[in-house]
Design a protein around this ligand. Structure first.
Ligand code: NAI
Ligand code: MG
Length: 502
């Protein structure tokens, strides 16, 4: 097993997109940044430079927020909800019509396998947009029977309106770049907000491509503004901007805390999707034909660079050795290589820096007394590849079992207890609470454990079930609020109560 020797080159269509001059999308126009700043975009599979992209600074953020405010007050606010539905639906059509190019750009930029990119863009691009397109026409308030002190009974009416919160700043990470952009745009547009989107500096390409599609879909100028830029400059300026009404952030817990502090200036609303260290708990009666692929993919999907990753595997001692052996065998069998190839299960990590961070954790694991069962090494040659890594006999005191690694590293520990609460207590020994899974044929054990796991999301006999309609978000330091589903619309709306006396 090695990084695929043969390297595929980008298609002519992708090449022509990459070679363009990449500017900022502000007020419906592709504009140059106020100060020349360049971001070099690197292909993590080959380490080759893919493109050079203009990076936004504080002045550009200010310009984009003004454009978003103007659009919020202008034509956009006068559209009916039916017209918003149609525009969001049109964006989904544009995305699907351009699926091959969107997929290729995502693979080049992020490194993920082509099949993963294509499925996730079609599923979470197309379907997510259409799901929220449907919500636009279903936003409404209530009539409430009250009688204020001033009114005789029956001589007053109170009703609520759900209004869009205003200008939204969306700051997203690099692990699923296009999907992350859509997860923010869809509910914001359905609610009638306008958006300034800052993609991660590592992966700006598909956000720029999405900007093109937004224009083609006929979404009015200024409703969606796209500013590639660094976190410390563009991101921080957006989070602190006094005329931004809400920040929707996905990324590290560390930066999430900075966002909260920056948002305090104007008390803007904040939703946060942060880190995770999700448990997968396997009982001895579980169906191993489902468990093995389920937990192995749960751990190593997107090379473990995913906030829902199941990174702590708790296995009952009766089946511990079998599960460890079979998970390691499956992980060892994954084909690692350039995501553009069809015969690849795992791509590279996003950057040299990220691989070094992850390797630092592998060293910590080796020194902590855990057993390295497989992996633990980078692949030689170009590209930030690394073998999927499994440590057994970990304990919750170890750094590798406590901290979010965001790489292909799975920690396995056994349990003997039949006391479910004790098992749950161990699974809950984390500052995070994003996802989790329980594997058993006993339906009451499944439901009881699911109720005891302190996470925003728990799956039984699968890991991290995702669908546009399933609420998603974290407890504890995994975040604030929920995305997806009806609940995912709420943070983009505010309620106005109006009372009339007659
Ligand atoms: P990060 O949290 O720094 O980056 C996420 C986004 O926040 C990017 O768009 C970045 O430009 C922006 N950002 C950075 N600093 C900012 C600031 N001061 N103000 C506003 N925006 C800012 O994540 P990074 O450094 O790329 O990855 C480091 C670690 O963070 C990973 O190893 C992983 O553990 C964690 N992470 C977790 C993610 C998740 O979804 N749970 C996603 C990305 C990273
Ligand atoms: Mg960072």
């Amino acid at each position: 097993m090695s990084a695929a020797a043969q390297t595929l080159t980008p298609s002519a269509e992708a090449r022509s997109f990459l070679d363009r001059e990449h500017r900022l999308l502000i007020g419906g126009e592709w504009v140059k940044p106020a100060r020349p700043e360049q971001i070099e975009v690197i292909d993590p599979a080959t380490e080759a430079r893919l493109a050079t992209v203009a990076g936004a600074g504080a002045e550009d953020v200010d310009r984009a927020v003004k454009a978003a405010r103007q659009a919020f007050r202008g034509e956009w606010s006068r559209l009916t909800s039916y017209e918003r539905t149609r525009l969001i639906w049109k964006l989904a059509d544009e995305l699907e019509a351009n699926l091959p190019l969107a997929t290729e750009l995502e693979v080049l930029d992020n490194g993920m396998p082509k099949m993963v990119a294509m499925y996730s863009i079609a599923k979470f691009g197309g379907e997510f947009l259409r799901y929220y397109a449907g919500w636009a026409t279903k936003i409404h308030g209530e009539t409430i029977p009250v009688s204020p002190a001033e009114a005789r009974n029956g001589d007053s009416l109170t009703y609520t309106r759900r209004e869009p919160i205003g200008v939204v700043g969306a700051i997203i990470p690099w692990n699923a770049p296009l999907i992350m952009a859509i997860l923010k745009l869809a509910p914001a547009l359905a609610a009638g907000c306008t958006v300034v989107l800052k993609p991660a500096e590592q992966t700006p390409l598909t956000a720029l491509f999405l900007g093109e599609l937004v224009r083609r879909a006929g979404i009015p100028p200024g409703v969606v503004n796209i500013l590639p830029g660094y976190g410390e400059s563009a991101g921080a300026a957006l989070a602190a901007h006094p005329d931004v009404d809400k920040i929707a952030f996905t990324g590290s817990t560390e930066v999430g805390k900075k966002i909260i502090l920056a948002a305090a200036g104007n008390l803007k609303r904040v939703t946060l999707e942060l880190g995770g260290k999700s448990p997968m708990v396997v009982f001895p009666d579980a169906d191993l034909e489902r468990v093995i692929p389920g937990v192995t993919r749960g751990a190593f999907f997107l090379q473990g660079q995913n906030c829902m990753a199941g990174t702590r595997l708790f296995v009952h001692e009766q089946i511990f050795d079998t599960v460890v052996e079979r998970v390691a065998a499956m992980a060892n069998g994954f084909r690692i290589g350039q995501g553009l190839r069809d015969d690849v299960d795992l791509g590279p990590l996003i950057s040299a820096e990220q691989r070094e961070r992850v390797m630092g954790y592998v060293d910590a694991g080796r020194n902590s007394g855990a057993t390295l069962v497989c992996g633990g090494e980078p692949l030689p040659g170009k590209g930030f590849f690394m073998r999927p890594t499994l440590f057994s006999h970990t304990t919750m005191d170890m750094k590798i079992a406590r901290e979010e690694i965001f790489g292909p590293v799975l920690c396995v520990q056994s349990f003997a207890d039949s006391d479910l609460q004790k098992v749950a207590d161990e699974a809950n020994r984390s500052i995070y609470g994003l996802s989790g899974s329980v594997w058993t044929r006993d339906i009451s054990v499944g439901h009881r454990m699911a109720a005891m796991i302190d996470s925003g999301q728990v799956s039984i006999n699968c890991h991290a079930a995702v669908d546009p309609a399933i609420p998603f978000g974290g407890n504890k330091q995994s975040g604030w609020g929920r995305e997806f589903g009806r609940e995912g619309l709420e943070p983009y709306l505010k309620t106005k109560a109006t009372t009339v006396l007659y």
